[in-house]
Design a protein around this ligand. Structure first.
Ligand code: AMP
Ligand code: MG
Length: 493
């Protein structure tokens, strides 16, 4: 490893405290990042750096070396974390095969964040992989995760992208890169599955206690804290997936190793945003059966939660039958919880402040008309109640016109006036999502033409998704219909 040419690297402001590296050693392997041949800091997220209490100027100077893997902060204790996972339904023992956790950064306001380098070389869990990542998928993760954050959806975030100056070899040769990922933690459903598969109850309890202490301290003294842990994770997943559904986000690879316990969206691979509303939408090249289709995300989250609950059975009660009864009861509440979160969000998308019996039907009818008319999910919601709607094809559907009348009648049955509804809707219905064709254009300009301007423009648009002056910008235009038919996303592995 090269030594740093910077005399005071701590000037960047990273303050690492590494609690995960103090857990039982079965949960990780000590692992330094591999050096990159010619690291170059391509992107630095200034806003995030400031939120984390970091010094942007120092990061600009030292980022290439430290966030590319060539130099190590003195207080970092890098590890690769072990986990397992059901990948498309099949169970595998996994782990960070191409990432290392540098440590947990403590912000000036005392918040704890994992700082992880993704694409930083081989680890004990790399199996046959090279431990590296290509630039394009790392830019994709940067763009989509920052868009999700701006949309108010819990997510890991992206601090930087450093190009390595090396090629990675997949179906072809691509420039390599390292993404610095920031997360509330990287504890996954798969982390619990890993401890469970080792059949080591003590390890499992240690992981569960750590998770409770780190994410849910309010249940530490509860009567059955492990049942409460399950309940918390169920609730966070229900809330998270509801938020995805409200903006048309398709994760694309909801394997249990890609589901974070603390309820953040994690592991952006073949993810994409839907244009035309269709619950069957799938873009991932490897999801041939549509397991992770847009409309299947809540049932799949539920399936994943069953896998999580199974790991907790030995902790919930010493009597396994009793554990199963408790876990089942909590799991069976998921669909109703999901529906409640989803409907609450959809009410806001329709400008509704209060609740009525018929609201679910009202929402479902709108979605039905959107699907029938190949209507753009984002733009239809954003145009409701505005002149713009009249320019859209769906407006010529007589059934939809009836629906509009029913909606207007529904609006009139609440205290708030129409202007208040529009304000609520403009805060809830984004004008701008990271549309696939724009994401691809920006990435290809950065990777193939070495020009960052389209990417920077896209980032500034998607980080202000509710902006009211964006209506006619190119960022709100759906692609030609033929684009989606052929569009495929890849895991980027
Ligand atoms: P993902 O599809 O990115 O969620 O990755 C699934 C598993 O494969 C994880 O354990 C990754 O660490 C591992 N993996 C993905 N790409 C590579 C790679 N290039 N080298 C080593 N391991 C990898
Ligand atoms: Mg993953």
């Amino acid at each position: 490893m090269k030594t740093s040419s910077y005399s005071a690297p701590e000037q960047s402001g990273f303050k690492f405290d590494n609690s995960y590296a103090k857990l039982a050693s079965k949960l990780y392997q000590k692992q330094k990042p591999e050096a990159a041949r010619n690291p170059n800091l391509l992107l630095l997220n200034h806003a995030l750096a400031k939120t984390l209490g970091l010094n942007v100027q120092a990061l600009e100077k030292e980022g290439a070396e430290y966030l590319g893997g060539n130099a190590l902060y003195a207080t970092a204790e890098p590890i690769a974390q072990a986990y397992a996972g059901h990948q498309f339904g099949g169970f595998n023992m996994l782990g960070d095969g191409r990432a290392v956790l540098l440590g947990e950064h403590i912000t000036p306001d005392n918040k704890r964040f994992d700082i992880q380098l993704k694409g930083s070389g081989r680890t004990a869990y790399s199996r046959s992989g090279d431990g590296r990542a290509a630039l394009a998928p790392m830019l994709r993760e940067y763009i989509i995760s920052e868009a999700m954050h701006a949309l108010g959806i819990p997510t890991t975030r992206s601090l930087a992208v450093v190009t390595t100056g090396e090629m990675v070899y997949r179906d072809d040769a691509y420039p390599g890169a390292v993404l610095t990922r920031v997360a509330s933690s990287h504890i996954r459903i798969g982390t619990f599955q890993y401890a469970s598969a080792l059949q080591d109850r003590q390890l499992l309890a240690e992981l569960a206690d750590y998770t409770i202490h780190r994410h849910f301290p309010e249940i530490a003294a509860a009567e059955n804290k492990y049942a409460r842990l399950l309940e918390k994770v169920i609730d966070l997943q229900a809330s998270l997936i509801a938020k995805w559904m409200q903006v048309g986000f398709i994760h694309g690879v909801m394997n249990t190793d890609n589901m974070s316990i603390c309820g953040e969206t994690i592991d952006y691979g073949p993810c994409a945003f839907m244009n035309n509303y269709d619950p069957g939408t799938v873009f991932s090249s490897i999801d041939s059966k549509g397991r992770y289709a847009f409309g299947n995300q809540a049932p799949i989250a539920h399936w994943n939660l069953y896998r999580f609950a199974e790991t907790l059975l030995p902790l919930i009660n010493t009597d396994e039958d009793q554990s199963i009864v408790t876990a089942k009861e909590l799991l069976e509440a998921f669909p109703a919880r999901f529906l409640a979160y989803w409907l609450a969000g959809m009410r806001h998308k329709l400008g509704l402040f209060n609740q009525e019996q018929g609201d679910l039907e009202l929402v479902e009818d709108l979605l039905m008309y959107m699907q029938k008319n190949n209507a753009d999910y984002t733009n239809t919601f954003r145009s409701l109640g505005k002149e713009l709607l009249k320019t859209m094809q769906i407006y010529h559907d007589a059934g939809f016109k009836n629906w509009l009348q029913a909606w207007e009648a529904r609006l009139s049955r609440q205290q708030e006036n129409f202007a208040q509804s529009l304000t609520l809707m403009d805060r809830t219905n984004p004008a701008i999502i990271p549309r696939n064709h724009l994401v691809e254009d920006a990435i290809s300009a950065a990777v193939d033409q070495q020009t960052l301007q389209p990417l920077e423009q896209l980032l500034s648009a998607i980080t202000a998704p509710y902006s009211t002056d964006a209506v006619h910008s190119k960022f709100t235009q759906p692609p030609e219909p033929s684009f989606d038919i052929h569009y495929k996303t890849f895991c980027g592995t």
